[in-house]
Design a protein around this ligand. Structure first.
Ligand SMILES: O=C(O)[C@H](O)[C@@H](O)[C@H](O)[C@H](O)COP(=O)(O)O
Length: 349
């Protein structure tokens, strides 16, 4: 099948490679001419502009957009000018589902189809395949089935889910979730879950890493809150090895655990990271949806807040709390002791 690809960054380029490996023809365009040339050298058809991309595709055209979030709308606007009725635009990025609904309506006025596709798998997807969460009209989603089937992982050697009625595409790694926006809605929540799982693994490993706190009590001067029971925190446990053993048959073994173990094996102290955890919006949107639906989402919201705190966005409110303690009790902030127990108030009056 023929597909146009706009945006040849890590995700877009690897999608093209995976499609070409399976014999699909890809016509590619990017603002970066080097990225186009690299894929052309691997067999893709190079386009020189949006107009040229459209001219090189046979109708009805199918064009996948894989550009940074801030460029999706301008790309859709540009495509609206060069495409024809029954052509289809697929947004494979992490767009907000409400934007999908608006973009689908915008293109529908010209008879152009819009499909939102949450694409999970990151830089590993070229070989592992990408999990696809799709939103759009039935007919156009069905027409793109050869594309979904190629990009998705397939059933592979995963055992069928016991008790599940066989059939459908979910077992192949792609799912038509509903009308426009539904694909990105499911991907949004997927990423919210991702925040929670990541945070839980990170917190657990940090608790184990600090299980040596009782060995450092002598370094803590009288100004700090003492560790209440230092005899219970005498463990120097290699967390890289813990992450590794958790990969082997444990309940919490997962791809995120695999990646965590790989990161710790490469750099046990994670010294190349500053610990300021970014976010691209998906967690915020998940929490907004949860609030608007009235659904408790304690874990996801806490994980999102932890990301904000990691970037010192809590700094002023924490100063306010220290000021309040100072005001009502004359309490001073205690110094932070490297390697000591967290400044718990367990023994403080
Ligand atoms: O499923 C995936 O492959 C990932 O979720 C992918 O989509 C991306 O790595 C996140 O969007 C990062 O999101 P944050 O920047 O919000 O952590």
């Amino acid at each position: 099948m023929q597909l146009g690809m706009i945006g040849l960054g890590r995700m877009g380029a690897n999608l093209v490679r995976r499609l070409m490996r399976a014999g699909h023809e890809c016509v590619v365009w990017d603002v970066n001419a080097d990225a186009i040339a690299a894929l052309a050298a691997e067999g893709a058809v190079a386009a020189t502009s949006l107009e040229d991309l459209a001219a090189r595709l046979t109708g009805p055209r199918n064009i996948w957009v894989m550009v940074p979030a801030g460029y999706v709308q301008s790309t859709v606007d540009g495509l609206a000018e060069v495409l024809s009725p029954d052509d289809a635009v697929i947004d494979g990025g992490n767009s907000y589902y409400r934007d999908d609904i608006a973009r689908a309506a915008q293109l529908r006025e010209k008879g152009i189809h819009y499909v939102d596709c949450g694409t999970s798998g990151g830089v590993w997807g070229l070989d592992r395949g990408y999990c696809l969460m799709i939103g759009g009209e039935d007919e156009v989603v069905a027409r793109l089935d050869p594309i979904w089937r190629t990009i998705a992982p397939g059933a592979g050697d995963a055992e069928p889910t016991p008790g599940r009625h066989p059939g459908g595409t979910a077992q192949e790694g792609y799912l038509h979730c509903g009308p426009n926006g539904a694909g990105h809605f499911v991907k949004m929540v997927h990423n919210g879950i991702e925040y929670g799982v990541m945070a839980a693994i990170a917190e657990g490993l940090s608790i184990i890493r600090h299980a040596d706190a009782g060995l450092h009590t002598q370094e803590i001067d009288a100004e700090t809150t003492p560790l209440r029971d230092p005899q219970f925190y005498q463990y120097e446990i290699d967390i890289a090895e813990v992450a590794e053993v958790w990969r082997r048959g444990s309940v919490i073994g997962s791809w995120l655990m695999d990646l965590t173990a790989a990161a710790l094996a490469a750099d046990p102290d994670l010294s190349s990271f500053g610990g300021r955890v970014s976010d691209s919006g998906e967690g915020r949107w998940t929490v907004i949806a949860a609030v608007e639906e009235g659904v408790p989402a304690n874990v996801i919201q806490a994980a999102l807040n932890a990301r904000f705190s990691s970037r010192d966005l809590n700094e002023f409110q924490d100063k306010v709390q220290s000021a309040q303690r100072s005001q009502f009790g004359g309490h001073a902030e205690k110094p932070i002791v490297e390697g000591g127990a967290a400044d718990a108030a367990a023994t403080a009056p």
